[in-house]
Design a protein around this ligand. Structure first.
Ligand SMILES: [Zn+2]
Length: 293
């Protein structure tokens, strides 16, 4: 016969389960994985090699969003494809939108992008590329998990503090690594690097596609070509999910170099707690390799 006391213990709220956590993109997944540590593994929605702005959830993923104890995402400015599944969740189901959360340093796109009519508003959603935001987000994720699972609050907070320290160290390293390329004009495939450039003093003079990685207009390409032809642009960078042909055409005959393919959302990386550091280091190394020469 089974003893009765363990049954009663299992029913006690003090043994509440660790919430199931669903995240949108690899860097957010990495931060949540660091906060959860050994307590659990968050789910990542964005598939390997997929575009963060243009993705479609599989039915099983929509089910995971519906059932999640907590959804952590940047916000509708980045992943409008996640809005429908979130709206299907019960009223008050926990969701943490990081871009508009308290403490996040948000930046706007220049007016030019808005005039060209891209579809996700004037706020630049690529906010994880500022390591200060990643540190703030660790704290926010820990606070939300602690609210939902108070029994493990101390662990969430300790994990977040350790991860924030690690990112602080990374930030100092990247600052030193990037110092020789500060102010050197660079062109990228899509307009994702505003936070990275602001933080490290890099000069991203333009991009082929606007913030949501949509196709460029002829006027935009002509403007960029003039800028590159006028001299000064040191490097053009293709992006992992996109055909480099346009970048190669733009660079042709200008003397500007073509750098390694950048991966601002980490979609080519192995997902996990180390992916944030890998993403930021990968960007910095690719930029220094091309623009530092
Ligand atoms: Zn983007």
């Amino acid at each position: 016969m089974r003893p009765i006391i363990p049954f009663l213990l299992l029913a006690s709220p003090a043994l509440a389960e660790v919430p199931s956590v669903v995240t949108d993109i690899p860097p957010v997944h990495a931060l949540a994985a660091q906060v959860m540590g050994d307590l659990g593994t968050p789910e990542l929605l964005l598939a390997r090699g997929a575009d963060e702005h243009d993705f479609q959830l599989r039915p099983s993923q929509a089910g995971a969003v519906a059932d999640a104890g907590l959804v952590v995402w940047v916000g509708p400015e980045l992943t409008p494809w996640l809005e429908g599944a979130l709206e299907a969740r019960p009223e008050g189901a926990p969701a943490l939108a990081l871009l508009d959360a308290e403490g996040t340093k948000a930046r706007d796109y220049g007016v030019g992008n808005v005039e060209e009519g891209h579809d996700h508003g004037p706020e630049d959603p690529h906010a994880w590329l500022d390591p200060g935001n990643a540190q703030v987000w660790l704290g926010l994720i820990a606070a939300e998990l602690s609210r939902l699972d108070p029994e493990h609050a101390a662990t969430y907070r300790a994990n977040a503090a350790k991860a924030a320290d690690q990112i602080g160290g990374l930030d100092a390293e990247l600052g030193a690594l990037l110092s020789p390329v500060r102010g050197k004009p660079i062109v990228t495939f899509h307009d994702a690097f505003g936070y990275f450039g602001d933080h490290y003093g890099l000069d991203f003079v333009g991009s082929i596609a606007v913030g949501d990685a949509s196709s460029p207009g002829a006027a935009r390409l002509a403007g960029l070509r003039d800028e590159i032809a006028a001299g000064g642009v040191v490097c053009l960078f293709p992006e992992v999910q996109h055909d480099p042909a346009l970048i190669e055409q733009l660079a042709e005959g200008t003397g500007a170099r073509i750098g390694g393919a950048l991966d601002p959302v980490g979609s080519s990386l192995e997902p996990g707690p180390g992916a944030y550091v890998a993403l930021m280091s990968g960007l910095a190394q690719a930029i220094v390799e091309c623009a530092g020469g």
